[in-house]
Design a protein around this ligand. Structure first.
Ligand code: HEM
Length: 495
């Protein structure tokens, strides 16, 4: 403990010394006038200390109530603009969308995504556009999403069977739902359940957890040596190598199968990896980076939305009963349950919307980078500054939402507010050019399993915990998930 403390103290002292000398020896950089307001900046660390103490999206909302919906923070060397109102979000993601269409490079994505050649962190331009188009057509269009229903059916049926076998005992619903969703994601993207599925999932999860921490290297990019001493680099490189082996194996297997198929006449169904491999312009690294994007972007986000929806309904039995009545009525009439019937579940869709309003899995979306100096609301936004949109705060803004902290799905009845990127008070999937391409795929992966869980079972909390006492604390990671896994007791209603 003592030696660890001494190590960090000496690193910090060394850093401060180098930093101060650098500042004294180099000319003072030109500061941009008329930046958005923000808290007082300390030398060297800027506003890093302002973020200590609570979850970033909570802390940023607190600060924005004092400094306004467009706020400037200096995080280490990085000029950061925090956007906390629908009007300002619209300026960034619609009015000036082109200027804000790139992502700032971060060390973790550079290592994990093969130097940012995936969709999520590729710089805006032709390469990104082409990659996004291929994935949207092959995996994420409404047609493809429907065609994958047999996989969804099979995996959700397995989940229901497993839960039925645990009737009356407490199960970790968070864990089981996550495993089902990630299997659906891998089977739709790679055509089959990846053999090392569990290992791959935990590698990706671990990488995102490590990357989500405090990384000095990203805050002081001009001090390259900081990237090496933080300890993050070797950890990520190790995880990257392990994940790389699994993904390369997936690619090689696809190549082998495709070679054998080349001699056959019959038409075969291609999965996303087949389609990516057919593009001569894409390297294996690009294909692997896309696999990571789809896996990383598609699993935790959808699984955590299901867990939050279940938790909110447990807390609000009136809502739970109302959704169950709807699901059971529709499904009983149809006899043969399938994905298309989801469209008839109006109230369930309001519940999912309300869940995404209060618990957007990516509360700060993904960061954007300012591509040229510009002006918003009369303030200067400097070239290369990092833009963070607090979608969580916007979804709870009392200027747009009545009783914003209350879970009340009925607020969407006869309202045209949707998450498709046109209503900036509700942007759980972002908006504009960089908006989530997985919206349709993600939603069906939330709505279908949720409907099945509500159709087949009644649910209660274990250990006599009262519904109203269920803890709703969050934790910040790859997605904002429940701090504690959700344990529930299933009671079979429909076999
Ligand atoms: C409930 C489910 C989901 C939520 C809430 C969600 C949310 C988001 C958000 C907030 C962004 C950033 C948007 C922006 O910067 O404006 C994003 C980007 C992205 N999402 Fe999703 N997502 C979900 C499901 C999925 C699924 C299922 C996939 C793929 C199978 C996916 C793949 C991606 C990718 C590749 C990007 C990067 C897009 C780009 O930079 O061009 N997401 N998502």
């Amino acid at each position: 403990m003592d030696s660890q403390f001494l190590y960090f103290a000496s690193i910090l002292t060394l850093f401060i010394f180098v930093f101060m000398s650098h500042k004294i020896l180099t000319k003072k950089s030109k500061s941009t006038p008329n930046l958005p307001p923000g808290p007082w900046k300390l030398p060297i660390i800027g506003n890093i200390h302002n973020l200590v103490g609570s979850l970033p999206h909570h802390r940023l909302r607190e600060l924005s109530t004092k400094y306004g919906p467009l706020m400037h923070l200096k995080l280490g060397e990085i000029s950061t603009i925090i956007v906390s109102s629908a009007e300002c979000a619209k300026q960034v993601m619609k009015t000036h969308d082109l200027i804000f269409s790139s992502r700032p490079p971060i060390q973790a994505s550079t290592i994990m995504s093969y130097n940012n050649v995936g969709i999520a962190f590729a710089p805006y331009g032709d390469y990104w556009r082409q990659l996004r188009k291929i994935c949207t057509l092959e995996l994420l269009s409404s047609k493809s999403v429907q065609s994958f229903q047999p996989i969804r059916d099979e995996e959700v049926t397995n989940l229901i069977k497993w839960i039925t076998s645990k009737e009356g005992s407490s199960i970790n619903l968070t864990k089981e739902v996550f495993s089902t969703i990630s299997t659906i994601t891998s089977r739709t993207a790679f055509g089959k359940k990846c053999e090392e599925n569990t290992k791959f999932i935990s590698l990706v999860r671990e990488a995102v957890k490590v990357a989500g921490g405090f990384n000095l290297g990203d805050l002081y990019p001009s001090y390259k040596w900081l990237q090496n001493i933080s300890g993050l680099k070797p950890k990520l490189e190790k995880l990257h190598q392990q994940a790389d082996i699994i993904m390369q194996k997936i690619i090689n297997e696809h190549r082998e199968v495709n070679k054998l198929r080349a001699n056959e006449d019959q038409e075969v169904e291609e999965d996303l990896v087949d389609v990516l491999l057919k593009q001569n312009c894409l390297s294996d690294d690009s294909v692997k980076a896309v696999i990571l994007d789809v896996y990383g972007g598609g699993s935790e986000t959808s699984a955590t939305t299901i867990a939050w929806a279940m938790a909110e309904m447990i807390k609000n039995p009136r809502i739970m009963e109302k959704v169950q009545a709807e699901v059971r009525e529709v499904f009983d009439k149809e006899k043969n349950l399938n994905g298309r019937d989801i469209e008839k579940l109006t109230y369930l869709k309001y519940v999912v919307k309300e869940t995404l309003r209060l618990h957007p899995p990516a509360p700060l979306l993904l960061p954007r980078e300012c591509g040229q100096d510009c002006e918003i609301n009369g303030y200067n936004i400097p070239f290369k500054s990092k833009i963070i949109v607090n979608a969580w705060a916007i979804g709870r803004d009392p200027n747009y939402w009545v009783d914003p902290e209350i879970f009340y799905p009925e607020r969407f009845v006869e309202s045209c507010v949707d998450y498709k990127g046109n209503n900036f008070e509700f942007i759980p999937f972002g908006a504009g050019r960089r908006m989530c391409p997985g919206l349709t795929f993600g939603l069906i992966n939330v709505e279908f399993p949720l409907a099945m869980l509500l159709y087949h079972f009644d649910w209660k909390l274990p250990n006599g915990v009262k519904n109203e006492d269920l803890d709703m604390s969050e934790t910040f990671g790859s997605a904002v998930t429940r701090k504690d896994d959700l344990y529930l007791i299933p009671i079979t209603y429909h076999l």
